[in-house]
Design a binder for this molecule. Structure first.
Ligand SMILES: [Zn+2]
Length: 292
């Protein structure tokens, strides 16, 4: 490489000329012979050199005509090698960290949206909200709930207090709210907001009478509803509304709609114990629902 570079530069040509002058001072014959030999050599070299650029452009590993470009290439190399180990890992790590944080935030947001959508859902129904609670052992024989839930909302309608019942009863309550309460109330008062829960799980005998059978309330299969709260803040109560014309009609519709989803439906017309609430339970009777 270096030798070829020497040939390219004007210096070798001068040295050839100088040597020919020195030879000229000795003998003419030798000079001619030397001149001819050197001329041939120069022609071969010139021919060789004229071919070099073509080889270089053809992609051959030609290093002879690029000695001046080398320092520039070396500078680029130095820049690259000095920049890479210091800056790149930091940039990459920061970028990846941001990506991870961004991804993490997105995953968290999505997860929280999903959680909100089905948050507190129980009984395998996204519209039945509440919490699953531990089995309730009976205080007395015949009481207790094997798989109770603490119900807080049903089909978008709240409860004035969490109701402890089983899932079968929760599903019946949902059917009543959806197909009985909502259609009966309609747009009145801005629609149904919540149910006033008068009683749910409680270990007691029927109507609290000594010696009577254990109430369905003591088995987590009953719920008592005393009123329907509306979105405008008003309330339709069983006690005041049952014997009025307008609210009475609505309440009777609701009472009737409960027959079917529930096995037992009791209202103000049944007995003196149910003047201020509806009693609903999922006890099954051979003759179908018992509705009074
Ligand atoms: Zn009851």
């Amino acid at each position: 490489m270096v030798s070829i570079y020497m040939i390219i530069s004007p210096e070798p040509v001068q040295s050839v000329a100088a040597s020919s002058k020195r030879v000229k001072t000795r003998t003419h014959l030798i000079l001619d012979a030397v001149d001819l030999t050197e001329m041939r050599s120069l022609m071969v070299v010139a021919l060789f050199l004229s071919c070099l650029p073509t080889w270089g452009s053809a992609g051959a590993p030609d290093t002879s005509i690029r000695p001046l470009e080398r320092p520039a290439v070396r500078i680029i190399k130095e820049e690259v090698t000095s920049v890479r180990p210091v800056i790149r890992p930091r940039i990459i790590s920061q970028t990846r960290q941001r990506q991870r944080q961004g991804l993490g935030a997105t995953v968290t947001q999505v997860a929280s949206r999903i959680a909100r959508g089905s948050q507190g859902s129980v009984c395998g129904d996204s519209t039945i909200k509440g919490t699953k609670i531990s089995p309730i052992p009976g205080r007395i024989r015949g009481c207790g709930v094997r798989n109770p839930v603490k119900l807080t909302e049903i089909d978008g309608v709240g409860l004035t207090q969490p109701a402890t019942i089983d899932c079968n009863t929760a599903r019946a309550l949902k059917a009543w709210v959806k197909d009985g309460v909502k259609p009966a109330v309609g747009r009145r008062g801005g629609g149904v907001k919540s149910l006033r829960v008068a009683a749910h799980y409680t270990c007691r005998t029927r109507n609290n009478r000594t010696g009577a059978k254990i109430s369905e309330h003591g088995k987590g299969r009953a719920i008592d509803i005393s009123g329907i709260l509306l979105n405008d803040g008003s309330e339709i109560t069983v006690l005041k509304g049952w014997r009025t014309q307008r609210e009475g009609r609505m309440l009777r519709k609701m009472h009737k709609a409960a027959c079917g989803p529930f096995g037992t439906v009791l209202g103000p017309d049944s007995d003196r114990f149910h003047q201020d609430h509806f009693h609903f339970d999922t006890a099954q009777y051979r003759s179908g629902s018992y509705c009074r």
